[in-house]
Design a protein around this ligand. Structure first.
Ligand code: AGP
Length: 589
């Protein structure tokens, strides 16, 4: 949610700073702005809409030595120039960019002598810095004793335009240096081509950049020593190349991503630590995530129960954090699933599990994320950077990691050597084997239908959930997902002539049941599309998956549905990479 870039150095154009900000557009794109030094003061440019609108307002190529920039996903105050970051204090002495939520902003507002100039929570911090007469890094850190909430903040001061001030709590922030020039960013993606190494901030850490040097501090102004982290090569993947959209590129990258997943698990033997002795400590496995990661969690729980016999469940993180966590104890293994590893609800759920003495595993695509840092164990997801808001390759790689994890535990428990790596190699070779033209026709047939329904049973039902989420997200279609057995308990009343019913029927033991439920809907006018591994079904609109392993179906049956959602989005003139009202990484509760 929101992207931040800060620059301090001998001089770069504003276009350079904004080009770095563009790499963060996936984090929010409803408005953007940049503040920079000009004639010994702070000047700024802001625009509503995506970053291209800001770029259009920056015409000259004059260099600036100090700049902060921001791309916004609105939390407090609607998208407008007034609410766009950077926010300044009344006299303009402080200007700041912020990711996160200042939870006590109302309280701060009441303390302030001067009203703030926007509806945002952020303005209150800019004003507080001015009213507390902050000048030095020590003063800056002191002001944060009055600030509660999540924040990654980069600030500039008009009386010290050769300095940058940084604060971080519960919102990611990084900084890199190259020959005395500094870039600060909310994702290391921004450092590609600038630096090979970077520093990462922990919670309640601060930094001050001046005279080509950076100093890190804790909340008591103790100076901290920090280790440099090497920039991952896979960040180079963050270009669209010949693809028009990241979503399509990421769908098409799935075979490669799965190969990388297999290679990592084989070469590093990451699962070895989950041995018999380890697994015997637990009698329950709880998977937790949000959105698509919750769907992966559902699949993970099914894999565990079927393959290991250990009780397992999946919970939505934002629900779990307000539940009575009766099963959170030292006999429960928690697996937190998150592409970004920065989802606020998932992080809060992990904190609760830890407070109850549970062991926590992070299954994440971002190994430098807060979730990975806070977990007892990490299961890497090797999808590579995922830029499109809709998760595609990360979901399939999450499922592959969960499958290998469950099979590995089964090997430990039963003392056998089942080669699950081969299964994922098979998925990699088959995942794009669907007929794109057929999907294209289906996209035409359903694009104007308002209420398609996705049904299935057991693992197929989870595919239905994920497929309908994809269509909602990128094509603004009010798709519903239902367990097939539930249709006759109420939903059938909504079936009309032409209602699309997308039927997942890949599991032998439940296929007939699901198809029967679909027939009941078709008898009442529904228009059926079927995804199955039974090529002999002889239906129209059949998408056949030619693999005989029901555990692999959740990976194989979702790819054509991701492509369907992409096609419907394009046909409706929507940019699937930047669907309205959404952002990639939900770092606020
Ligand atoms: C997926 O297409 C969505 N963009 C969304 O549901 C996402 O999966 C969810 O916000 C969780 O994100 P995470 O995996 O980064 O935690």
């Amino acid at each position: 949610m929101c992207g931040i870039v800060g620059y301090l150095g001998k001089g770069r154009t504003r276009q350079f700073v904004v080009s770095r900000l563009k790499k963060l557009e996936y984090r929010g794109y409803d408005s953007s702005g940049i503040a920079f030094n000009k004639d010994d003061k702070i000047d700024n440019v802001k625009a509503v809409g995506n970053i291209a609108n800001l770029e259009n307002l920056i015409t000259d190529e004059n260099e600036v030595q100090c700049a902060i920039a921001h791309t916004r996903w609105a939390t407090h105050g609607k998208p407008s120039v007034k609410n766009c970051h950077p926010h300044s204090s009344q006299s303009g002495v402080w200007s700041i960019v912020h990711n996160g939520i200042i939870e006590n902003y109302q309280e701060i507002k009441e303390k302030l002598k001067t009203p703030t100039d926007s509806d945002t929570d952020t303005s209150t911090v800019a004003e507080l810095l001015e009213e507390r007469n902050a000048k030095t890094i020590g003063d800056f850190v002191e002001v944060f004793k009055e600030v509660q909430g999540s924040y990654a903040i980069v600030a500039m001061n008009s009386n010290a335009l050769d300095e940058l001030f940084i604060a971080k709590n519960r919102s990611p922030l990084y900084v890199a240096e190259n020959k005395g020039e500094y870039l600060v960013a909310s994702d290391p993606i921004c450092f590609v081509g600038f630096a090979k190494y970077y520093y990462s901030f922990n919670n309640y850490e601060y930094a001050h950049i001046k005279n080509g040097k950076i100093k890190f501090f804790d909340a008591y102004m103790n100076e901290l020593k920090k280790e440099l982290v090497e920039l991952d090569d896979c960040f180079e993947e963050t270009q669209k190349f010949e693809y028009e959209h990241f979503m399509l590129k990421e769908i098409m990258e799935q075979p490669e991503a799965l190969k990388r997943q297999v290679k990592t698990y084989r070469d590093t033997n990451v699962l070895a630590k989950f041995n018999k002795e380890f697994i015997e400590k637990f009698d329950y496995i709880s998977f937790i995530g949000c959105g698509t990661a919750y769907h992966a969690s559902m699949v993970g729980a099914r894999y565990i129960e079927r393959l290991t016999g250990i009780r397992a469940s999946a919970e939505i993180a934002s629900e779990f954090i307000y539940k009575e966590p009766v099963f959170a104890n030292e006999k429960t293994l928690f697996v937190f699933v998150s592409q970004s590893g920065e989802t606020a609800d998932t992080l809060m759920a992990m904190n609760i599990a830890k407070e109850h003495g549970a062991t926590c595993v992070a299954l994440t695509n971002v190994l430098y994320s807060s979730l990975a840092k806070q977990a007892d164990y990490v299961l890497p997801v090797c999808a590579g950077p995922e830029i499109a808001v809709a998760s595609t390759k990360a979901y399939v790689c999450q499922l592959s990691a969960l499958y290998m994890f469950a099979r590995h535990l089964n090997n430990q428990i039963e003392d056998k050597q089942y080669n699950y790596l081969k299964d994922i190699e098979l998925v990699s070779s088959k995942i794009l084997d669907f007929d794109q033209e057929k999907i294209n026709h289906i996209a035409d047939a359903i694009k104007d239908e308002m209420n398609p329904i996705f049904i299935g049973k057991d693992l197929d039902y989870i595919a239905a959930c994920e497929a309908s989420l994809k269509l909602k997200e990128v094509a603004y279609v009010n798709a519903t997902n239902y367990p097939s057995g539930e249709l006759k308990h109420g939903f059938l009343a909504l079936i009309e002539d032409g209602t699309p019913i997308i039927v997942f029927a890949t599991e032998d033991k439940v296929r007939t049941k699901t198809l029967n439920a679909a027939h009941e809907a078709v008898s009442r006018g529904a228009f059926q599309i079927t995804i199955t591994n039974d090529g002999g079904l002889g239906y129209d609109n059949l998408i056949v998956i030619d693999v005989d392993n029901e555990y692999l179906m959740p990976m194989l049956e979702i790819a054509p549905m991701q492509y369907l959602a992409y096609e419907v989005s394009i046909k409706k003139g929507i940019n699937p990479d930047q669907p309205r009202n959404l952002a990639k990484s939900v770092t606020v509760e």
